[in-house]
Design a protein around this ligand. Structure first.
Ligand code: PMP
Length: 359
């Protein structure tokens, strides 16, 4: 009896859910037990001791709906006005807001951060994935073809790109922005820009009205706070702000982010250490026969092996969790940069697992 009831509910749900949503697989962010966590592009360095901040929070009151203090600090950091900043519960939420505001089609290169496609599909908007070229750079001809035929409303470019780690050619990005003035909004997702040696795009905001920059605090030691932000013209921010949920960023995140952002020297020191370690890791990985490491401007390295599944499992058995990207880039894995000690253990286990898989 209970089984029949269960089946009929399942059938009705299938009929009721929007087809786009039904076709999706939920984003996999499983917690896999491990000793060394190098799978989610987090920083190995966190911050603690916020007793005074916590004491000042009134739990019976809603958070500041406009996140005024936080937006002020961020605006100062990037030499823009607070009116040019929009806060999000992580930049994931801002991707949602952008697509809800402007609609589709939504163009993005492939492979890239999966949420652009997932959120567009969930919102019933057409997606236009365009394969990267053999050097993981933008295929400008294919993109221009899509611009002509499909007229995308939004173009998401993650630079540095996740999971490939490289920055796209700035000439190509500029060509796309210029070609789409008055037609599309181009979002440069600078989640990994703090680790990049290449110039970011914030200084270009004055020159191009269709440009939006997206940033996050998640990669620089504040993933727990779920805090991201957009930087754009007041006109764009005003429109996206209409779909923002009123109290989207909680009081704890707002206040703790303000405190941590004051520690500029420490933040800079951590970022430098991650970049140094990335460069060392890249050199060491490149010495291992059977590993092709791709140069990275981010806090992770994509690398190719003969059998990614075997390497992934052997590392996990040794307690080192990385990300198997095989379904996205053939036989590739992605490792996040950790502390010196964590990276050394990863290197040792990688060497061992490659030897084992080759024998
Ligand atoms: N953009 C890119 C390119 C990312 O890789 C990620 C996280 N992996 C995000 C945005 C989302 O970051 P968050 O929601 O934590 O701000």
């Amino acid at each position: 009896m209970s089984e029949i009831w269960y089946n009929s509910i399942a059938m009705n749900i299938k009929k009721l859910v929007k087809p786009g949503v039904y076709s999706l697989k939920a984003y996999q962010a499983k917690e896999i037990p491990c000793k060394i966590k190098l799978d989610a592009n987090e920083s190995p360095y966190g911050f603690r001791d916020f007793y005074n901040v916590l004491r000042s929070i009134k739990t019976n009151r809603y958070p500041d709906p406009e996140a005024k203090n936080l937006r002020k600090i961020i605006a100062k950091e990037f030499s823009v006005k607070p009116e040019n900043i929009l806060q999000g519960n992580g930049s994931d939420e801002l991707i949602y807001y952008l697509i809800a505001t402007f609609g589709g089609p939504v163009l993005f290169p492939e492979p890239t951060f999966s949420m652009y496609g997932i959120i567009a599909t969930a919102l019933d908007e057409k997606t236009l994935p365009v394969a990267l070229d053999g050097t993981f750079d933008l295929d400008i001809e294919k993109i221009f073809n899509h611009l002509k035929k499909e007229n995308p409303k939004l173009i998401f470019l993650s630079s540095p790109n996740n999971p490939t780690g490289n920055c796209f050619s700035s000439e190509k990005i500029l060509k796309i922005i210029e070609k789409t003035t008055q037609k599309s909004i181009v979002i440069i997702d600078e989640a990994y820009q703090p680790f990049s040696s290449k110039k970011g795009y914030i200084p270009l905001l004055n020159d191009y009205e269709n440009l939006v920059i997206m940033r996050t605090l998640s990669k620089i030691g504040m993933a727990a706070l779920r805090t991201g932000f957009l930087i754009a013209s007041e006109e764009i921010i005003e429109q996206v702000n209409k779909v923002r949920l009123p109290f989207n960023l909680n009081s704890f995140s707002q206040k703790i982010a303000c405190e941590i952002l004051k520690k500029k020297e420490l933040l800079g020191k951590y970022i430098k250490s991650i970049c140094n370690e990335r460069d060392r890791l890249f050199k060491e990985m490149s010495k291992i026969k059977g590993v092709i490491a791709y140069p990275s401007e981010a806090n992770f390295i994509l690398f190719k092996v003969e059998n990614s599944e075997m390497v992934y499992k052997s590392l996990l058995k040794a307690g080192v969790l990385i990300r198997n990207m095989n379904s996205v880039v053939n036989d590739c894995l992605r490792v996040t940069i950790g502390t010196i000690k964590e990276n050394n253990i990863f290197l040792e286990e990688l060497r061992k697992s490659i030897l084992n898989t080759r024998n």
